[in-house]
Write a protein that binds this ligand. Sequence first.
Ligand code: ATP
Length: 287
Amino acid sequence: MDSTWINAPAKINIGLDVLRRREDGYHEVKMIMQSIRLFDRLTLTKSDTPGIHLSTNLHFLPVDQDNLVYRSAQLLMDEFQISGGLDIQLDKRIPVAAGMAGGSTDAASCMLAMNDLYDLGLSKKQLMKRGVKLGADIPYCILKGTALSEGIGEKLSTLPQTPDCYILIAKPGIHVSTRLVYSNLVLDENTPHPDIDRMITAMKHKDLRDLCAHLGNILETVTIPFHPEIDEIKKCMLEHGALGSLMSGSGPTVFGIFDDPDRAKYAKEKCRELPFKCFVFTTDLYR
Ligand code: ATP
């Protein structure tokens, strides 16, 4: 096999809590991660020209060491002393810097695809051990599906599947710095923490309504005051049939959960009418 391709799914955080700030500056989190049907696509082709040659449809993305795909390919090429070259075409569909783990899922998928292309024989667990060196979300992006992420994001356990539903995604055209959000997060006795355990119970009981009634993301306390558009999108979704709506990751992407595809489509049109630019689309869960 000289060439292969793989779809890299985006994720949303159905629940996100930050438990504490560690002395080394990292944050201990408790997050419910869910893959959705929105994909980047990577095509990997062996080449005679030594080195990694990355190209992408987004001209503003780096194609060198600053791209997580490049770094993940380099990591496996060095460890397994892979000679010859590797061409990687990255077709981005997942919005960049949106809180949907675009870079992490690309890196995870690159490692999965290289494992096949070069017959490396690594298990998912072995790939995850390598992936975490490049980013805390990469092990989850190798695992995919519905999972609980703890520690700094590296401790993963599989969760019962999120009940079937329709997802509306809306990303306003604003930039949010993940680093800035975490550094502005205040953790004291007044900080409202989402009840992640309660959400997991609702998932076990396959109770979509109860799950949606308890959605929570502690980072909203930081990002929404900076960007009130996020709250406007949430309100719009809830007013037009969403069972629940939440910001994903550190933002600015907002998702809504629906039990009816027509309501999701209607809410999409309503979000399009908001008085600011918003990238919107409907999708569903990726199992
Ligand atoms: P997370 O949800 O993990 O916080 P995100 O969706 O907010 O991630 P990304 O889309 O991964 O953010 O992009 C964050 C930054 O990483 C961008 O500014 C971009 O320059 C850089 N980057 C590196 N590699 C990639 C990649 N393959 N795709 C997108 N961005 C990348």
